[in-house]
Design a protein around this ligand. Structure first.
Ligand code: FMN
Length: 333
């Protein structure tokens, strides 16, 4: 083999490795009920992201907005992995209008210097997790929340921090949404499938991540229909901040971008010592989604509610939720 040919062969092996690492890293992303509704197709020079409807929630999320949002978080994780491997990536969102489940296409363009931010974010991907415990009584400082807001804005989305009076509106809407959902037997069955004892291997929410009693919070967290094993305090929590993640429109590409913004927000928050809990019930129910929209006063369309609390350094780490084996989410060509 000529020296040039062997350099080209080494380059293409490095590209294939970086793309494979990106799809694997993306598997750590958060997703509604830990459904992991993504599928990656990997070839030697391209990585394609698809929505996997077999893992979407037909009852809770009939438009697949939260499934696509989850895929957007996975996409952002993949982009971080590529940047941390020193690649500038060309990204096409919704590249094929005839196939709306084809959410994104990534191609490696040229080498770039690796920034400390990219390296740190890639490490944070493995540390990030959902924390459903009430906050310790440590006030949140607004500087850290503004840094999270800036991370969201860098992706083209916005984060609206709710005022105390708006938090009471959110609490009422969350209560209403959860009651409406709980009356629906099909919804209960779907929740139980993903978060009960029969959840599919490698996915769903295990009892170790579900509070062992009802949490005393102003805005109710997800009612999983049973208590889990996660020890939580019996004290009332009042030191949380709540925000609405929003974007300019409603449609597949908006939900995908909202997921990218969620990943950016969550990684930054984790690095700043903040815990994050997504609360999607008010987005799942049309009437409360409208209520969230009105809280934005024309800023944009609501995609997800987020609770921020100061991480409790004294608390034991919550165990990580499981993930599907890579051969179930990555197809290699
Ligand atoms: C779009 C979306 C909506 C979510 N909604 C909720 C929610 O309403 N309540 C909740 O407790 N967790 C919610 N989560 C957190 C997921 O359950 C969590 O990401 C998943 O179980 C994986 O766990 P991990 O984040 O610890 O890796 C949501 C996550 C996403 C991405």
């Amino acid at each position: 083999m000529s020296p040039n040919a062997s350099i080209r062969a080494a380059d293409s092996r490095a590209e294939a490795r970086a793309l494979s690492a990106a799809a694997t890293t993306a598997g750590h992303a958060p997703s509604i009920h830990n459904t992991q509704p993504w599928r990656w197709r990997l070839s030697s020079d391209e990585l394609d992201l698809y929505l996997d409807r077999s893992r979407a929630l037909d009852v809770t999320d009939p438009d697949s907005r939260l499934a696509i949002l989850s895929c957007g978080a996975a996409l952002h994780h993949a982009l971080i992995s590529l940047a941390a491997d020193g690649w500038h990536t060309i990204l096409a969102r919704m590249p094929d209008p005839a196939h709306p489940d084809h959410l994104a296409q990534l191609r490696l363009d040229h080498r770039i210097p690796v920034t400390p931010d990219a390296r740190r974010h890639r490490q944070t991907i493995k540390l990030r997790h959902t924390d459903r415990r009430p906050a310790p009584s440590t006030p949140l400082d607004t500087g850290r929340l503004h840094a999270v807001g800036a991370a969201v804005e860098s992706t083209g989305a916005g984060l609206h921090l709710l005022r105390p009076d708006q938090v009471y509106d959110l609490a009422a809407a969350a209560d209403h949404a959860q009651r409406a959902e709980a009356e629906d037997l099909a919804w209960q069955a779907e929740l139980h499938y993903w978060t009960g004892g029969t959840r599919p291997l490698g996915s769903g929410i295990p009892d170790t991540a579900i509070p062992d009693r009802a949490t005393q919070t102003t805005v109710p967290g997800r009612d999983f229909g049973h208590h889990g094993d996660l020890p939580v305090s019996a004290e009332h929590q009042n030191d949380a901040a709540f925000a609405i993640l929003y974007g300019p429109g409603v449609g597949e590409v908006d939900w995908l971008r909202a997921g990218e913004a969620l990943s950016a927000a969550w990684l930054t928050a984790t690095e700043l010592g903040l815990s994050v809990l997504p609360l999607s019930a008010t987005i799942e129910v049309a009437v409360t989604r409208e209520r969230m929209r009105s809280l934005l006063s024309g800023l944009g369309r609501p995609h997800l509610v987020l609770r921020f609390t100061t991480g409790d350094p004294a608390a034991t780490a919550t165990p990580h939720t499981p993930r599907l084996p890579t051969d179930q989410i990555i197809e290699r060509f």
